[in-house]
Each structure stands twice: as structure tokens, then as C-alpha cells.
Design a protein around this ligand. Structure first.
Ligand code: FES
Length: 169
């Protein structure tokens, strides 16, 4: 009896304004990409706390892909630059547990880049498939129940984000 090929489960965090629209564009153009990515729409990648990523892994994801507006194009000013900083910390944390950075990709897809969206998804799925199933991670420090914004490790101040984005309340 043949064992079915490993099909990775991947969580995609997509910024509403650019990458989610890029995904729509890929769909409207009927571009081919694998169905392994379950998407979570966020208003901005600045909304993505590293604990969201760790929780996705802790709950069974084999990979995570974060897609946002290109640097300089974030609708909430510099929030995606802050996401880049947080992503580096997240990848370092994962690497301490022997989890390669290829399991957690950050990229930028604009609303006009349906083809890039499809390509990034294809590449991500191929990379994670090559790595095999995700080893078990310890649970996030607070069990993934919430995010304490009073002590942000990247020193970011979200006050400007809160003014413009209702997603954080
Ligand atoms: S609005 Fe898209 S990354 Fe901020």
C-alpha cells in the first residue's frame, strides 16, 4: 500500500489592503497554486504578534506565510517595518528549537500582484513539503490566550495603528 505524499498545512496571514487583494486577483485570473494555505485576513501585518505565528505552529501548522504591503506602502504608515523586525525575532526563536526559517516566510504582495501571490504560495508549499511535518513546539508563553501589549519586545508603539485601525480593539 502506497503512503500518500505529505501535504503540509500552512497558515497564511494576509494584510487586507494588499496581499488579500493580491490573492483575489490570483483567484480572478484563475492562476494555479496549491490549496495547502488557510488564510487569515488581518487589517495590517502590524497586527501580527509573534505569538500568533507560534500559536499556529503549536496547533499543527507545518508552515506559516505572512504577506503584506511592500515596505513604504503600508496603509498604517510604518507598521510593516515593525512586522519585519518582529518576524526576525520570531525566526530566531524558531531556530533555537531547530525550526528552519523556511517554515516561516515573510513576503510582500501588492493588490496588483496576483502572479506573485501564486508564486509565493507555490514556493512556500514546496519548501515546507521538502522539510516534512513540523516537529512539536512548546506552547507559547501565555498559552496563546492573549497578547500583552504593555511590554512589547520590539519596543513598538501602536498608538498610530490604533487610531486608524479598528482591528486591535
Ligand atoms: S496595511 Fe498592509 S502591511 Fe500594513
Amino acid at each position: 500500500m502506497n503512503t500518500p505524499p505529505f501535504e503540509p498545512k500552512i497558515i497564511g496571514f494576509l494584510c487586507n489592503w494588499c496581499s488579500y487583494a493580491g490573492a483575489d486577483k490570483a483567484g480572478a485570473a484563475q492562476l494555479n497554486y496549491p490549496p495547502n494555505v488557510g488564510t487569515i485576513r488581518v487589517m495590517c501585518t502590524g497586527r501580527i504578534d509573534p505569538q500568533f505565528v507560534l500559536k499556529a505552529f503549536a496547533e499543527g501548522a507545518d508552515g506559516v506565510v505572512v504577506l503584506g504591503c511592500h515596505p513604504g506602502d503600508c496603509h498604517y504608515k510604518e507598521q510593516n517595518y515593525r512586522m519585519i523586525q518582529r518576524h526576525r525575532l520570531t525566526v530566531k526563536f524558531l531556530e533555537q528549537f531547530g525550526i528552519p526559517a523556511d517554515r516561516c516566510r515573510l513576503d510582500f504582495v501588492s493588490a496588483a500582484e496576483g502572479e506573485k501571490f501564486a508564486r509565493v504560495i507555490r514556493e512556500t508549499v514546496e519548501a515546507v513539503r521538502a522539510l516534512g511535518p513540523m516537529p512539536k513546539l512548546p506552547p507559547p508563553p501565555d498559552g496563546g490566550q492573549g497578547v500583552d501589549r504593555s511590554d512589547r519586545s520590539d519596543g513598538s508603539d501602536r498608538s498610530d495603528h490604533h487610531q486608524e485601525c479598528s482591528c486591535c480593539h
